[in-house]
Design a protein around this ligand. Structure first.
Ligand SMILES: [Zn+2]
Length: 133
């Protein structure tokens, strides 16, 4: 029998019993799983909040704009836009610009300092959603 000391993944206490045991008991196992789950839930909530804020900023900046508007990147920075998060990426073959979308709002960098904002419901996505219904 393997007598190597093992410790509980949840509480760190020494475990006795089967070699493959990772927890003292069901209580520790549940605690551990709940903690993992709540980390995941928190992460998803934080990402959702960032995406929602990004979308709100773009919506605000595009209020009353028919098609596109070009703004200094600094304006988005000032409003707290988080450029690390977006919902989809679209390369415009004609302009060779990458459009980063946050739901139906998007932007593309036209140079180092300026970005162009646009609004576009992704038609291919809508078709897909129709098919799934
Ligand atoms: Zn334990």
């Amino acid at each position: 029998m393997n007598t190597a000391t093992r410790t509980c993944t949840a509480c760190g206490n020494t475990i006795k019993g089967r070699v493959d045991k990772k927890f003292c008991n069901d209580h520790c196992r549940n605690n551990h799983n709940n903690r993992l789950n709540s980390d995941t839930v928190n992460y998803i909530r934080n990402v959702n909040n960032i995406l929602r804020r990004n979308r709100r900023i773009l919506e605000e900046l595009m209020e009353g704009v028919e098609k596109t508007v070009t703004l200094p990147k600094a304006v988005l920075d000032m409003k707290g836009y988080n450029f690390d998060f977006f919902t989809s990426l679209y390369l415009n073959e004609r302009t060779k610009l990458d459009y980063y979308y946050c739901y139906e709002y998007g932007y593309a960098f036209i140079d180092e300092e300026r970005c162009m904002l646009c609004r576009n419901i992704m038609s291919h996505l809508m078709k897909q959603m129709d098919m799934e219904q």
